[in-house]
Write a protein that binds this ligand. Structure first.
Ligand SMILES: [Zn+2]
Ligand SMILES: [Zn+2]
Length: 316
């Protein structure tokens, strides 16, 4: 990855990082400046935050969200963390994820808000997925989006940041283009405005950075990244699009940026604000339906759980 004698493009010091997409080589301090600059540029380009604004960062314990948290703090934003623990399977992955977030909070001396999915819903993701005949990953994603938004509002944060980066967004874009998901294409933008009382603003401050650039930053800073992968992350199709993008990027450095950042530049600007007049009759969240997706999912899972308990007691 690096050649001996390689010099930093900025300061001519010995370089340790080579980023062909930028035709650049960096020493550690210049890598840090590069990462922070790219985040600053994204914040400005997409009007993500006001100077020093309060922002809640959804942290998983992985390199991306921990990097987002650290960089936002270093850029002077009042960034606090929120972690929703899923307690999956044997729980080792979930425990390591929570421990990584807690260690990061200590390093940054920043508050971390921790919630358990089981406390929020009274159910496990598994139970909700089974009752609704949906894939684990899609239900997990729906529940996480719903609760992260709700927690941001409840905790008094107008803005919620996530660690999604250029490769994530380019992979999603490729999938949306292939399947002509016009509605998703219209809404694919790294800063989505909120609506008072209903939606927090959603931002992706790492949208100009590739996964390997973030990985280098996390390594140089020794961020306490949780090792391992979600034991349930299988069967999701997004990684295929990301793999396809990675192949193109390896052969033609810069392709990912051209695809995603070019797509954004060609758009007029952010999508219009969601104009949702009705609210969910169960939870009060804005929705087009009588009952929002999350409440429907939870209702069905609770009914099924109750039915099973009744059966068990009848049998016993
Ligand atoms: Zn340098
Ligand atoms: Zn609802």
């Amino acid at each position: 990855m690096t050649d001996p004698g390689m010099k930093c493009s900025r300061c001519q010091a010995p370089a340790r990082h080579r980023f062909p997409a930028h035709n650049a080589r960096f020493c550690d301090p210049c890598l840090e400046r590069f990462i922070e600059r790219q985040v600053e540029r994204a914040i400005k380009q997409f009007a993500m935050l006001e100077p020093g604004q309060k922002v809640l960062v959804a942290v998983s314990g992985g390199k991306d969200s921990l990097t987002a948290w650290q960089v936002l703090r270093r850029l002077g934003y009042a960034a606090e963390g929120v972690h929703v623990s899923l307690e999956l399977g044997a729980g080792e992955f979930s425990a390591a994820s929570l421990a990584a977030c807690a260690e990061m909070a200590g390093r940054l001396q920043a508050p971390l808000h921790v919630f358990r999915m089981a406390d929020l819903t009274g159910l496990t993701v598994e139970e909700v997925a089974r009752a609704n005949r949906r894939s684990f990953c899609s239900v997990c994603g729906t529940l996480k989006r719903y609760y992260l938004n709700k927690l941001a509002l409840d905790l008094g944060f107008p803005v919620l940041a996530t660690g999604h980066h250029l490769d994530d967004e380019a992979g999603r874009l490729l999938g949306n283009l292939i399947h002509r998901h016009h509605e998703f294409l219209e809404n694919q933008w790294p800063a989505l405005e909120g609506a008072p009382g209903g939606f927090a603003k959603k931002i992706k401050p790492l949208c100009r950075l590739a996964g390997r650039e973030i990985k280098a930053y996390a390594k140089v800073h020794g961020l306490p990244v949780a090792s391992g992968h979600c034991p349930r992350a299988k069967g999701a199709t997004l990684p295929y699009y990301q793999e396809a993008m990675q192949l193109l990027e390896d052969r033609m450095p810069g392709t990912t940026r051209i695809l995603y950042l070019g797509f954004l530049e060609e758009k007029d600007g952010p999508p219009p604000l969601p104009d949702v007049q009705a609210v969910c009759s169960v939870c009060g969240a804005p929705t087009w339906a009588e009952v929002c997706t999350t409440c429907r999912f939870l209702q069905r899972a609770r009914e099924q759980k109750q039915a099973r308990a009744n059966e068990a007691s009848a049998a016993g």
